[in-house]
Design a protein around this ligand. Structure first.
Ligand SMILES: Cc1cc2nc3c(=O)[nH]c(=O)nc-3n(C[C@H](O)[C@H](O)[C@H](O)COP(=O)(O)O)c2cc1C
Length: 223
């Protein structure tokens, strides 16, 4: 499965089968995490037994309490941390999708129960539930391209393909509070329009955009 196919097939899944992750998949995920942690200066961690991470009322109402495992999204704290978590965390989400697993980013979870290592100077930003879904989730309602694009004149095909993939990105409460600006020199800016976890959202959106556009958009800086 290509990353584009993974983007198209991925939807948040909140109800999971009781099975644990297959040991081979655990190895592959851990390998991928090592690679992403090095690239993104992060400390993402796969916690095979989610335990009571999702025992909050909101989680239980959504179904997330059934998730067998969880990824703790931790990293050295600086002003780019949340975007880096979004960007590299989504790469992991898409990798999991390619392995036939399902996921759900979850800002609401029990920080005391997650069993993550959080070193001095680091911060636990968010969690990602992971496991074998009872269902595949469903496409979210989306803004249109025109609602999120800022560009003058004709837009190149690569830019439109990037935006198309960005609109399939998960965002907190499906807020899609971002703009993607095409500058005259063909660089791209990602603009944060606020909202909860909007910096994590922006990192996720950038990850999807780059896959669609098939080009890097430069270093992550606070949007
Ligand atoms: C940063 C972030 C935080 C989220 N937090 C939660 C959460 O706490 N609980 C939950 O059920 N879903 C959560 N979600 C999932 C979103 O509701 C979901 O991505 C959005 O509705 C779009 O649906 P989709 O992921 O199926 O495309 C979160 C998503 C993101 C990106």
């Amino acid at each position: 499965m290509s990353e584009i196919e993974a983007i198209k097939e991925r939807h948040s899944v909140r109800n999971y089968k009781p099975e644990k992750l297959h040991p081979q998949k655990v190895d592959l995920i851990k390998e991928k995490i090592d690679e992403l942690n090095t690239e993104g200066n992060l400390h993402l961690q796969l916690i095979e037994d989610a335990g009571n991470t999702y025992n909050k009322l909101l989680n239980r109402m959504a179904g997330l309490g059934t998730a067998p495992s969880v990824i703790a999204c931790v990293g050295p704290d600086d002003e780019t941390l949340e975007q880096r978590i979004g960007y590299y965390g989504e790469k992991l989400v898409l990798f999991a999708q390619e392995l036939g697993l399902n996921t759900c980013w979850a800002g609401t979870f029990n920080k005391k129960n997650i069993n993550a290592e959080v070193g001095a100077g680091s911060r636990l930003v968010i969690s990602i539930a992971i496991g074998y879904g009872q269902d595949k989730g469903k496409p979210h309602k989306s803004k249109t391209m025109e609602q999120v694009v800022e560009a003058k004149g004709e837009r190149p095909l690569w830019f439109n393909k990037g935006v198309e993939m960005a609109l399939l990105a998960p965002t907190a409460i499906n807020q899609q509070k971002f703009k993607i600006r095409l500058n005259e020199d063909e660089t791209v800016d990602f603009i944060d329009k606020g909202g909860m976890f909007s910096q994590v959202d922006l990192g996720i959106v950038r990850c999807h955009f780059e896959i669609g556009a098939e080009r890097s958009t430069g270093e992550i800086k606070k949007g």
